[in-house]
Design a protein around this ligand. Sequence first.
Ligand code: F6R
Length: 363
Amino acid sequence: DKGNHRHFMAKEIHEQPEVISHTLANYIDMGEATVSVPDFGVDASTLSRATISACGTAYYAGLVGKYWIERYARLPVEIDVASEMRYREPPMTAGGLALFVSQSGETADTLAVLRHARAEGQRVASVVNVRTSTIARESDVALPTLAGPEIGVASTKAFTCQLSVLACLAIGLGRARGVIDREQERALVQSLVEVPRHISNILRNESQYEAIASLLSKARDVLYLGRGTSYPLALEGALKLKEISYIHAEGYAAGELKHGPIALIDENVPVIVVAPKDALFEKTVSNMQEVASRGGQIILISDADPEEVGCRVAAHIAMPKATEFASPLLYAVPVQLLAYYTAVAMGTDVDQPRNLAKSVTVE
Ligand code: F6R
């Protein structure tokens, strides 16, 4: 049932405040503003490395998780797409933590890496939406996302729920490893608790997307740029756009622009810049100026005032002020909406894009 929505994807985008709240409530003690993550059976303080593997959107969630776990728990994280890690069969230090992210819990490549990790003596934890799935069952610890069934082939609410769990995990590991103290934990938890309200506000400003989508729908190629945790968001934005609108899109780390992709920029290439006003903002601003001086059409997604970027932007999606930690959860929403409205403008089958299956149980 799509409710009042035209597509399941729209319905699922709008469910995010609620399902993120449910997911967070599963890991957060709201009264104390602390997180509790299940015991993995490994001593977090002596852990030397974690390995993350997943596919597609779940992999991008894992990539944000890597940035968070390295930063807030000071734990080195190796990450790769499951289809590569599977055949690379990387050596893993016994007693390490292997983490998998999967909405369906049935993705063949992810499952194959899980079995490799187990053979390598890892403790296996997985962030899964389907609790009865094979990946959940074969894990030592399943960390559920409470997104509910996701019908649209393009993953939306599962992604932000995966981010919610990974954020709690980073805080939990940070505490267990003595990297963050109780006060810092409370502040991080508080910023997560505010996410559903921020997303509700973002969803109240939906009318602006149609005009931007009409610009995107005329493009042959679209670039997405971001730095830090906004880099995986750029990758996710590009994936969403290509899978449902069939427009070619690439996500790049903003700092890589001058190492190649800048050659593509002209007035026909919209460049979507995911740029919260964080510690890396000024760096991304320089990249935006490079794009603008070559005639690129910038679509800025930011809580900063567009005046601050010192160049012309074709459109600005104004974001609420949030902490640097919570921003990936918020910035996921405008990239979903841009893809959704562009697909609607193109008249494609939003919920059942061509050539794609919801669950990839064959390699
Ligand atoms: C993209 C998308 C896919 C999945 C990928 C992994 O919108 O849905 O990229 O994220 O196939 O699927 P799961 O999470 O079920 O392992």
